[in-house]
Design a protein around this ligand. Structure first.
Ligand code: UDP
Length: 232
């Protein structure tokens, strides 16, 4: 049964109470849904790339919702209640950070920046500080501390992983959920829809900025990321 439909994915229940199926669609959106397109095979690529990422993180003892890949577009996951927060890490300046404060794109940061946003399209996913999140009862202090520590750990693992394939991890977005025992685990997806990835030598953008900014064929970029993952 379809439980939820988002911009890029659908979530279905299964005969098992604690398992869901995530279906990766071909829809691409940007600028809070203002720019839209159907990009043939994007969903397949994101499912494959997310699978590799969740498997890599699992090997490094990070708890995730991933159980297994079921088909080209379907992933079996643990049932979680998604926290209404988008967690962002920046290693290199880009995107909304540049727009918001007028800083140039491409500056390597001395330390990663950790941000949280309220997952709410009507308000354009506004950035929050911890006090806002606590006041809005989106998470408590311990949970926020856990999210920060876990996300920075994931950042180190992902940065190292992508560097092996000559890719810079510029920034990315994660979502976490609570499992049936109340544990917070990594959920959603990790793909070039949710990470900015630049070639180390040329700075070529291989992520969703190709769609956002008309920088070239999106599928070719995602295929390049997947090919490098498979060849490493
Ligand atoms: N991001 C995402 N979903 C969102 C917002 C951001 O996956 O709703 C990802 C985005 O792809 C980038 C990082 O989070 O890798 C930081 O995005 P930013 O805040 O710069 O916003 P954007 O430029 O996407 O508006």
């Amino acid at each position: 049964m379809l439980l939820y439909e988002g911009k890029a994915k659908q979530v279905y229940s299964t005969e098992k109470e604690n398992e869901y199926i995530v279906y990766f669609k071909d829809d691409a959106t940007a600028f809070n849904g203002e720019k839209k397109a159907q990009i043939s095979s994007k969903g397949i690529l994101n499912n494959k790339i997310s699978t590799i990422m969740f498997e890599m993180l699992h090997e490094k003892q990070i708890k995730t919702h991933f159980i297994k890949s079921l088909s080209e577009r379907k992933m079996l996951v643990k049932k979680v209640e998604i926290l209404p927060l988008e967690v962002i890490v920046r290693n290199i300046t880009a995107g909304s950070f540049c727009k918001r404060v007028g800083i140039e794109e491409g500056i390597v940061l001395d330390e990663p920046i950790f941000e949280i946003c309220y997952k709410n399209d009507d308000y354009g996913d506004p950035m929050l500080n911890d006090d806002h999140a606590v006041a809005m009862k989106l998470a408590n202090r311990d949970e926020l501390q856990f999210l920060r520590n876990e996300t920075l750990k994931i950042n180190d693992l992902m940065k190292e992983f992508f560097l092996k394939m000559n890719l810079k991890l510029v920034d990315f977005k994660l979502e976490f959920g609570k499992d049936s025992k109340g544990n917070i685990i990594l959920a959603d997806e990790i793909s070039p829809d949710t990470c900015r990835l630049w070639d180390v030598d040329t700075n070529e953008k291989l992520d969703k900025d190709r769609f956002r900014r008309n920088l070239g064929d999106l599928v070719a970029g995602y295929e390049e990321v997947l090919a490098r993952m498979n060849n490493k």
